[in-house]
Design a protein around this ligand. Structure first.
Ligand SMILES: Cc1ncc(COP(=O)(O)O)c(C=O)c1O
Length: 359
């Protein structure tokens, strides 16, 4: 139980009809309720509320609108056997939110208190956790600076909220490799900047490259390091892994990429299976050469949305590089099956990653 949490349920006439689970897409529908709390410097977090999903009112001078103090997280609730609902490593997401808050000079949250409030919200809106295979309830915690003042400095007031959105299976037509565009024009983040935290501006800055890649028929952008444009960083909203000569290689957490929770889970599972995992710099030229020599066995991305996304080809400097003959590799498939199996409570959770939502 969360102390000081006020719950005001939507009236029966305010409850929304559930969307068709076969056409959920991503981020189009929102559940009946939301969680909010406010922060005031000198007071701390207050006014913890679960209430019907509704608009915020903000001053035109609210600091988030001008100086970009805005952070968020993304995680999912899964409906397993016997209608049991599971969360996957939720504390890791909330702890990462505090790392983001710290970097952006925003107020940190009490992870246990917010997790309990999130569970209350999920219990109230549990009918919104989809039943269709692969469909999930996406959970979006976020925080914005709300003080009505101009001037570049930390806001003295914040709004924290959690909203819920039922989302469709990421692979409705099957688990197919994606085509990725390697950007050597735009960069995403630089060491010492904010690339390693989930702040809104990182995503705003990535849209132009993503649009240009999509116009050429590519699903996502692979970012290279901002200084030499040489070392692989990450892909859109995923971290990236290469299997080379039987070893799993992934870029290190060097301060410009997001420390993905799926990345960490994939590393731990790979080690469980006896694979050598190298967290090290990997140049795009090394990837191209390893592919030419046959040493590159497979490439996959990791992230909450897709879990695992096999990469079938890379487009770099005018050339298409086909990977693993454009097919899903055995390790990508196993990683996907095991991780998704754990998330739905169907596979042994040997690391204690799963958190059941108790009644
Ligand atoms: C930039 C970026 N990289 C990587 C990831 C993957 O992180 P996670 O596995 O925690 O979803 C995400 C998604 O949150 C992201 O936005």
């Amino acid at each position: 139980m969360v102390t000081n949490l006020t719950i005001t349920q939507a009236r029966p006439d305010e409850v929304k009809p559930k969307p068709d689970e076969s056409a959920l897409g991503f981020g189009k529908h929102f559940s009946d309720h939301m969680f909010t709390m406010r922060y005031t410097q000198g007071v701390g977090w207050h006014d913890l509320e679960i209430k019907k999903y509704q608009d915020f009112s903000l001053a035109p001078s609210a600091m988030c609108l001008h100086y970009g103090q805005a952070i968020f997280e993304g995680m999912k609730a899964f409906r397993g056997a016997n209608n049991q609902i599971f969360l996957f490593r939720p504390k890791d997401n909330l702890q990462r939110m505090n790392v983001s808050a710290n970097r952006m000079c925003m107020a940190e949250i009490d992870v246990n208190q917010v997790l309990e409030a999130m569970k209350e919200l999920l219990r109230l809106d549990q009918e919104w956790v989809p039943r269709a295979p692969g469909a999930t309830l996406y959970i979006r915690p976020f925080m914005i600076a709300t003080e009505d003042a101009l001037g570049v400095r930390p806001s003295k007031e914040y709004l924290f909220s959690i909203i819920l959105s039922p989302v469709g299976a990421y692979y409705p037509e099957g688990f197919n490799p994606v085509k990725i565009y390697v950007s050597d024009t735009y960069v995403r983040a630089v060491r010492g900047g904010v690339g390693s935290v989930k702040t809104a501006g990182n995503y705003a800055a990535s849209i132009k490259a993503a649009m240009e890649a999509q116009a050429l028929g590519y699903t996502q952008v692979l970012w290279l390091d901002a200084i030499e444009r040489r070392y692989v960083e990450e892909v859109g909203t995923m971290n990236i892994f290469f299997k080379i000569n039987g070893k799993l290689v992934t870029p290190p957490l060097n301060g410009s990429i997001l420390p993905g929770i799926t990345r960490d889970s994939a590393i731990q599972l790979a080690k469980d299976w006896g694979l050598e995992v190298q967290e090290r710099q990997i140049a795009i030229d090394e990837v191209v050469e390893a592919n030419t020599s046959g040493a590159l066995e497979e490439v996959f991305g990791t992230g909450t949305a897709a879990v695992i996304s096999p990469v079938g080809s890379l487009f770099y400097k005018g050339h298409t590089i086909t990977l693993n003959q454009g097919r899903t590799g055995a390790l990508s498939q196993k990683m996907f099956d095991v991780l998704q199996g754990i998330q739905y409570g169907q596979h042994p959770d040997t690391h204690g990653w799963l958190e059941p939502l108790c009644e």
